[in-house]
Design a protein around this ligand. Structure first.
Ligand SMILES: Nc1ncnc2c1ncn2[C@@H]1O[C@H](COP(=O)(O)OP(=O)(O)OP(=O)(O)O)[C@@H](O)[C@H]1O
Length: 309
């Protein structure tokens, strides 16, 4: 196994929500999250809404400091010994691509403007025009028809490609892609995933791929981690986790994929029984995890001491 590019060790994040009325509410958005990603590889974080996926991505881009645990990039704790030049280097090396490319593109600027600045910061002004055109070509956009356009003149898929081009322009080594295809037409999702695969293979870029679409996790990521209530329930090779999920919660999540062969213990098609069973699985999965069992090489499944109660 190569040295990881990114590793999270026991990362937790607690938010304290202060409503206008009533007591402060504690939200344990991340609880003891551990995983790592090697250069040029992808890990998919899958889970339903509110499971903590985006919080995890935001910790990696240093949007906030975890309440506990460490995040390391190339072995260095990203929250320790910070310097201005180190911060700048990290900001370039770790880029985020969001669900809605509109939110990160300025509507009043052309695509040329969006890419020129990062390219200049990263590699100076030499051959700027050629690098600009190459960067667009790298994300399969035609420089002649794209450079002078404004974001609203592009399709959703093209805009998302511009987001990836910006990450390339600054020399990203890790891209945190938070639901990058969920706002796109189904017909073009695959082409954006294909682009991500190509960036991995040809540019050695690593991905933390955040999604609730487990089928796409399999397509892009060597490893998959299933999250629920801020905890990783199961992680391992995507094939193993998706085709042979071992944690009851992973089975429940995967049963939601429209594949009749994978229904969650619902042989008689009894919807109510399924709902009851699902609730029981969720409430057990929300208990604090005590540790992980390695059920197959690099395939870890959470257990809780409370399960024996
Ligand atoms: N800034 C914040 N303040 C308070 N609570 C927060 C904050 N950010 C996230 N949370 C809470 O943390 C939990 C995890 O949220 P998170 O957005 O990480 O989940 P998610 O799996 O990415 O969900 P989604 O797919 O809907 O984005 C949720 O209960 C959310 O309400």
């Amino acid at each position: 196994m190569n040295a990881p590019l990114l590793s999270l060790e026991g990362v937790s994040k607690t938010f304290h929500v202060r409503p206008v009325l009533g007591a402060v509410r504690r939200v344990d958005a991340l609880r003891n999250v551990t995983f790592s990603i090697e250069p040029g590889k992808a890990l998919a974080l899958v889970g339903e809404s509110g499971s903590g996926k985006s919080t995890c991505g935001r910790a990696v881009i240093r949007h906030f400091e975890p309440s506990a645990g460490t995040v390391r990039f190339r072995g260095e704790n990203i929250f320790e010994n910070r310097t201005r030049s180190g911060d700048r280097a990290y900001l370039r090396a770790v880029q985020m691509v969001f669900q809605d490319p509109f939110s990160s593109l300025n509507p009043t600027h052309t695509i040329r403007h969006h890419l020129e600045r990062p390219l200049r910061l990263h590699g100076g002004t030499a051959d700027l025009e050629a690098r600009l055109r190459q960067t667009l070509a790298d994300v399969e956009l035609d420089p002649d028809t794209t450079l002078e356009k404004f974001p609203h003149q592009l399709s959703g898929g093209q805009r998302q490609r511009v987001s990836f081009a910006r990450a390339l322009a600054v020399g990203a080594e890790l891209i945190v892609a938070d639901e990058p295809t969920s706002m796109l037409d189904v017909s073009i999702r695959k082409s954006v995933l294909d682009l991500m695969r190509r960036l991995k293979e040809e540019r050695n870029i690593a991905f933390l791929y955040i999604t609730h679409d487990i089928a796409t996790a399999h397509y892009i990521a060597e490893e998959t981690a299933v999250m629920y209530a801020g905890q990783v329930m199961e992680r391992g090779p995507s094939d193993a986790v998706i085709r042979n999920p071992r944690h009851p919660y992973s089975r429940l999540l995967i049963s939601a994929v429209p594949d009749p062969a994978k229904r969650f213990d619902d042989a008689d098609g009894d919807g109510l029984a399924f709902t009851r069973q699902a609730e029981a699985v969720r409430s057990r999965a929300a208990r604090p995890i005590s540790g992980y069992r390695e059920v197959a090489p690099d395939h870890f499944v959470a257990y809780s001491d409370a399960d024996h109660d």
